[in-house]
Ligand binder design. Structure first.
Ligand SMILES: [Zn+2]
Length: 409
């Protein structure tokens, strides 16, 4: 069975000029041929034609930082939420994410191996997942959910490793445990968080020695480490330990930016989370947090990303959806343009470059012969109006691995 997507302008993710009147020929899961319509040879046999109706054909997007099991983060939530509800909510979150045009997502914590399997087996609909299972945290750190009262609001069940670990031996063991649970990337909290029980974003967490051990242990399986990092000293500790993916990066100084460049490391922007926190506050839906603090965090993130972009740091799309509401992922591209990216650069930050960070660039990230058919169609020209990609109605078609999951045409 063949699919032929035609009558659209192709933006293939490689950054070149868009190709008008393009066609994409797909067989099963893979792109068989692609280019100007006349150059694509259409075979005999049964072909399903998908008319792009003059829209824009793009690669499926890759969100490098989501939380499919989160729906906002409030400390009292776990007290009222039965365990199974998290999974049912995740079903809806995954579906929303795919429909927004994200065909691959890296889960930065709490989606376990069963969630990934359920998507792979087609039991539920969602983007292809790369999972970290459980983030590592120090005692009293960003993911130690024991409160000052001594009560804990952590979620635990068989198969889900503990988060908290201290000292060389415990951190090594914890990495082994998350890998045993199916983690494909190790997530570590190297600073405090914006909404946190026991710390602040600028506090560094884990010693350099502990971080070095975490990186070493992951490297034995050829797996990467991603660091939740707001404050500059935590960012530096992470980079010096060999961590290549800095999440958030809210307070970057010159030295951080130099280290990011020298280590050829990546910055995952997550600006959507900051700005949507502010929106939620304005709507009165985030009571534990002041508007002034939220605005400060968002502005600092904007400034840091701008400095990093101007210096040439590799910045990719990540949204922290789950903290931000699900299904708005591509709004991040607008924020990337606010820091100075061109629309084409922002598109690449969410496709080609993001694929490189998650180590899937041989299969996804650009629309090319031989790659998996992750294709979306935008009605509006994203080069003229990048923000239109953030609108649900504008993404009229979403295909993942040759299968159509959304079709509004
Ligand atoms: Zn996160």
């Amino acid at each position: 069975m063949y699919f032929l997507i035609h009558n659209g302008t192709l933006i293939d993710g490689n950054g070149g000029e868009p190709v008008e009147n393009a066609a994409v020929l797909i067989k099963d899961r893979t792109i068989l041929d692609i280019g100007q319509k006349d150059s694509v040879k259409v075979p005999d046999g049964e072909i399903k034609r998908l008319d792009a109706q003059g829209g824009f054909i793009l690669p499926g997007f890759i969100d490098c930082h989501v939380h499919m099991m989160f729906n906002g983060f409030r400390f009292e939530n776990p007290l009222y939420t039965p365990l199974s509800l998290y999974f049912y909510e995740a079903v809806r979150n995954l579906e929303k994410t795919l429909e927004t045009g994200v065909t691959t997502a890296r889960d930065a914590g709490m989606a376990d191996y069963g969630v990934k399997m359920a998507v792979e087996e087609g039991l539920i609909i969602g983007p292809r997942l790369q999972i970290s299972v459980m983030p590592l945290s120090i005692t009293g750190g960003h993911f130690d959910l024991q409160l000052k009262s001594g009560k804990t609001v952590k979620t635990s069940y068989p198969g889900l490793p503990e988060s908290v670990c201290d000292g060389p031996e415990e951190v090594r063991k914890r990495v082994r445990e998350v890998l045993r649970a199916g983690a494909e990337v190790v997530k570590v909290m190297v600073t405090g968080g914006v909404i946190s029980a026991n710390d602040s974003p600028e506090h560094p967490q884990f010693t350099r020695e502990e971080l070095r051990i975490i990186v070493e242990e992951a490297s034995y399986r050829n797996l990467p480490v991603m660091a939740h990092a707001h404050g500059s000293s935590g960012v530096k500790n992470a980079l010096n330990a060999g961590i290549k993916s800095i999440e958030h990066g809210t307070y970057l100084d010159e030295e951080c930016i130099q280290l990011l460049l020298e280590n050829d490391a990546w910055l995952v922007a997550t600006q959507l989370a900051h700005w949507s926190n502010l929106e939620l506050l304005e709507d009165g839906e985030l009571p534990d947090f002041s508007q002034e603090d939220a605005r400060k965090v968002a502005m600092n993130s904007h400034k840091s990303m701008k400095k990093a972009y101007q210096a040439g740091v590799k910045i990719v799309m990540g949204t922290d959806s789950g903290i931000a509401p699900h299904g708005q992922n591509l709004r991040e591209l607008g924020y990337l343009c606010d820091i100075g990216m061109t629309p084409m650069e922002a598109i690449q930050a969410g496709t080609k470059n993001a694929a490189e960070l998650v180590g899937m660039d041989k299969k996804i990230g650009t629309l090319e012969k031989g790659k998996l058919a992750d294709v979306i169609i935008s009605q509006n020209d994203p080069i003229k109006d990048i923000k239109s990609l953030g609108s649900h109605e504008n993404i009229v078609l979403v295909m993942k691995e040759g299968k159509v999951f959304k079709d509004l045409r």
